[in-house]
Design a protein. Sequence first.
Length: 474
Amino acid sequence: MKNCKSIGALKFLLGGALATAALVPSWAQDGKLELEQKPVPELPNSISSSETVRSRMDKFIREQGLRQVKDNKKDESGRTVVIDFAVATISASSSDPNFVNARIAAFNKAMLTAKGQCAEFQKIIVSTEAIKKVTLPPEERAKADAERMKLEGLAQEGVVKVAQALNSDLRDKNLTPSILTAASYGTKLLSNKMHAQLRKKGLDPAKPVLEQEAKVVADTVDFKNAVATVAAARCTGIKSIASFEQNPSSGQGSVGVVTVWSEKLHAIADAIVTNNWELIKLGEPGKTVAEHIPDDNRTLLTTYGTMLVRDEKGEYVVLAYAQAQPRTKNQQSIDLAYEVAKTRGYGLIRSFMGEAVEVNRQLLDSDTSTVFTDESTRYQEESTFSKRVKAVGDALPISGMTVAYEWETLHPANNSPVVGVVVQWKVASAQIAGHWAKHKSVGGATGGDQARPANAVSRKSDAYSGQGKTSRDY
């Protein structure tokens, strides 16, 4: 049992920052582990008054052996792994009473930026795949799809069935359940659109097509719009693996996140909302939820958002890290702030699932098979898409969310109190599949979750010396 101290009794130890130790990439210690499973060491001193967040993020990926992956978009096994940076400005200075809330908003903005960057990269991937496929003989197309999916770490027993469905003659409304996910259905939509355009040009898509002919189709506005929609849909599952913060002595500060995307993370997010797990094996045993949560409050202080992890049984769990600012340092104010943080944690999980559901709904809706919308404002906080994600998330029948951990500390920039919670939701308890398919229009909220903190929840507080969060499993 960890000791719990009142936030009012904490001392601000700005001068007690830990010296940054040389970090040895833990991934080299076990070459059998996939990138998603390998533990990442905690980062000392993620909050600085002088060093920029971008320089610290760059240093992080070098120390963790991720520089080559970031530059080449491939891990050691050849899978596509997108490592990227995103930065956002904290709108309030550290002297502003609303500083902590401004930090939270900045983390949200940074993640929206990261998703937008992911979508831009996915445009290249999905367009290239669509062009390459039609240059192959028909009998080789399903084989190529299966090999690609197996390389990305998806379940061998499922990839053959999905690859065959992707290359069948079935049209949009007659597709088999094997490909009714955002990833697979988006691929099928683009394939159908490419074939239709080639036929208009007098070409037979059942035969190999010259790459130049396919590129002409891919360069049309209609096809580019389709690519943009599918590319954005493929970015569900993206997560932050490290975050940083800069608080200068005067003026506005900034936050930065290092994010990772892989086909497997996206496929898991797809499977959660469709209950189609053909492409996803039960994960290798991971860490307990308690082991996923950092021990040091200094680490938790720069952690916000959702993370998809595996527990010791190999089952998937969504963890949501949320924070709130007590108005004062008295216990009543602190307790009220915990309730705010808990509500925010529930909201983060609902947003995570709401985005996956809305993406699937948009792609699987027959109306979007031929009509695609402009994606330029998708990842803006006030966009129509963002508002709809919130509405969808609020209406989802999500139950079983519990508080796994609570913490409190002081922020070094202004000595103001911060409290936080880690909310957990086990994917095994999901009852979402079919809900979005039956309800095309968004209904009202379900009236809350009535979730209560688990009996094992602990609350901890600590003096601050600046340590950043890195996820231990992705």
